[in-house]
Write a protein that binds this ligand. Structure first.
Ligand code: ADP
Ligand SMILES: Cc1cn([C@H]2C[C@H](O)[C@@H](COP(=O)(O)O)O2)c(=O)[nH]c1=O
Length: 247
């Protein structure tokens, strides 16, 4: 049975890399794809991975109709064994419905890749529709990590290095920017705790260096603490010792 599959995760967790790997493995066995993307960082009509791989793709703008495109392609004698749609969070709910129609009416597998939530932790409309319609939602196995070592589950936006919670939902950008420029928009993946507290790596570092502020993450003392044993401060800025370190 053909399927609509939504591969989701935070920014920088390997979604585009997986899309390229799926494409590579299937084309090696003679299967033919149609590849779509929208607003990739590498530019129009590109599907790019931070590992350096990039492939040509059809740019699916706001008025693009996936179902009509596939019907026209097949009617003209073209072949499509499966469809890849990257940056699927940017698609409209109507376009996700069209992708479901490609699966159900044309019998073609559709693999969509995207982040679920925006910088405020709110669902993108396209991702919401994918969660509603997909046969399967797959969370990527390579975890992106918060600076504290916990699994990153949220995407933070920074402007001039500071986390913001106001602004347009769509601003194309990347993780790992310096934040030196006051207007520079960047992104950072965080665990929920640090997203809620707006504690980016830079904020944690600044808090750890400042003698004037209390640690923002000091846990409540455990009742079983022996007298005289202070709770360990956990704000030390990145990096920390391991993936299970408390944040
Ligand atoms: N220099 C590197 N060496 C090894 N792996 C890297 C390197 N740079 C990026 N990666 C891997 O690529 C992943 C990002 O892949 P990408 O497909 O661009 O992510 P996404 O599409 O989810 O934003 C990172 O999580 C990391 O695992
Ligand atoms: C959180 C968030 C992200 N974006 C943009 C930033 C990037 O251009 C893409 C995500 O790409 P990736 O391959 O998954 O890294 O989405 C945005 O526009 N708005 C947001 O809130």
């Amino acid at each position: 049975m053909p399927e609509l599959v939504f591969f989701s995760g935070t920014m920088d967790c390997g979604k585009s890399t997986l899309a390229l790997q799926i494409e590579h493995n299937r084309s090696a066995r003679g299967l033919q794809s149609l590849i779509f993307t929208r607003d990739d960082r590498a530019g129009e009509g590109k599907l790019s991975s931070r590992l350096g791989l990039v492939t040509e793709a059809v740019e699916a703008a706001g008025d693009f109709d996936f179902h009509a495109h596939l019907v026209a392609h097949l009617s003209a004698g073209g072949r499509a064994d499966y469809v890849i749609a990257d940056e699927a969070q940017f698609l409209s709910p109507e376009q996700i419905d069209q992708l479901a129609g490609v699966v159900d009416e044309l019998g073609i597998d559709v693999f969509a890749f995207g982040i679920t939530t925006d910088f405020r932790g709110k669902l993108f409309p396209g991702s919401q529709r994918l969660i509603e319609l997909a046969d399967r939602v797959e969370t990527l196995q390579v975890e992106a990590l918060c600076w504290c070592g916990a699994r990153a589950t949220h995407n933070a936006r920074t402007v001039g290095g500071r986390m913001v919670v106001e602004g347009a939902q769509v601003v194309v950008g990347d993780v790992g920017l310096s934040g030196g420029d006051a207007d520079e928009v960047g992104y950072e993946v965080l665990c929920r705790r640090h997203h809620r507290r707006r504690t980016t790596a830079a904020a944690a570092r600044a808090a750890a260096l400042s003698p004037d502020v209390l640690p923002v993450d000091r846990p409540a003392p455990e009742p079983a603490d022996p007298p005289g044993r202070a709770a360990a401060p956990v704000v030390g800025g990145p990096p920390v010792s391991g993936p299970n370190a408390a944040g």
